[in-house]
Design a protein around this ligand. Structure first.
Ligand code: DC
Length: 225
């Protein structure tokens, strides 16, 4: 049977990863969180003191990093060599670093090749910023998932507090606005809704309502039950 690919793009904090993960589980597909790959390189750049304005240096760091994706109980984990960094990459300073390293074309070229390869091998629900237009332009289903900045900041604050981080709403909101600006204004593959992507705005939705909207659209469009 042909592999099916579902591409989901959208800004930070729109609930993409939670919803995409739930959709993948429901459909029996593999969930691929591409943001985690940029985050891993961001973390490695912080730890090694690599200049985040130097695309060549970041590309060298990436190729020697031993970036690896493994699935443990159906959940995607990212590794640097043998080290599982899945939790460490969620810290706010790593979010900023991920946004900075993702602006370099050398970094994007390498990670996009890795992502396409994953989609070739299996049916996937893949989320990110450039999936619909660049990584998987022939995806069977394309969704642009968004929500208002306030809603997204509220959800991110909850998530970070659950993880034990002490954060203020204003700080998180400002971070999200800055990342939105940077992600939509970078030269290479800026975040944009693809013309053929279906818009789902989850402002005011509960998580369950967001999941329902996405999963029912995928089932309808990909003719899977
Ligand atoms: O989705 P996220 O917050 O984990 O993504 C972290 C950063 O990585 C985000 O600021 C933009 C970048 N990113 C990207 O440029 N392209 C992707 N496909 C996924 C993420």
């Amino acid at each position: 049977m042909k592999n099916i690919s579902v591409a989901i793009d959208g800004p930070s904090g729109a609930g993409k990863s939670t919803i995409a993960k739930a959709a993948a589980k429901e459909l029996g597909f593999t969930y691929v969180d591409t943001g985690a790959m940029y985050r891993t390189l961001g973390l490695a750049a912080i730890e090694s003191g690599t200049d985040m304005d130097d695309g060549e240096a970041l590309s060298r760091l990436l190729s020697g990093l031993g970036l690896n994706i493994k699935y443990i109980d159906g959940t995607q984990h990212v590794f640097i060599g043998e080290r599982d960094v899945s939790d460490g990459i969620r810290r706010p300073e790593v979010s900023m670093a991920a946004s900075r390293v993702s602006a370099h074309h050398q970094v994007r070229t390498a990670l996009v090749a890795f992502q396409r390869d994953m989609a070739k091998r299996q049916s996937v629900v893949m989320d990110g910023r450039d999936i619909c237009m660049h990584v998987l332009p022939d995806a069977d289903v394309k969704i642009y998932l968004t929500a208002s900045v306030d809603d997204r900041a509220r959800r991110r604050v909850e998530q970070l507090r659950e993880m034990g981080a002490e954060v203020s709403f204003d700080e998180v909101r400002a971070d999200i606005e800055k990342r939105d600006y940077d992600d939509t204004h970078r030269e290479v593959s800026p975040l944009r809704q693809a013309p053929d992507a279906h818009l789902i705005d989850t402002t005011g939705f509960t998580l369950e309502q967001g999941m329902d909207a996405v999963i029912s659209y995928i089932k309808e469009k990909a003719h899977v039950l």
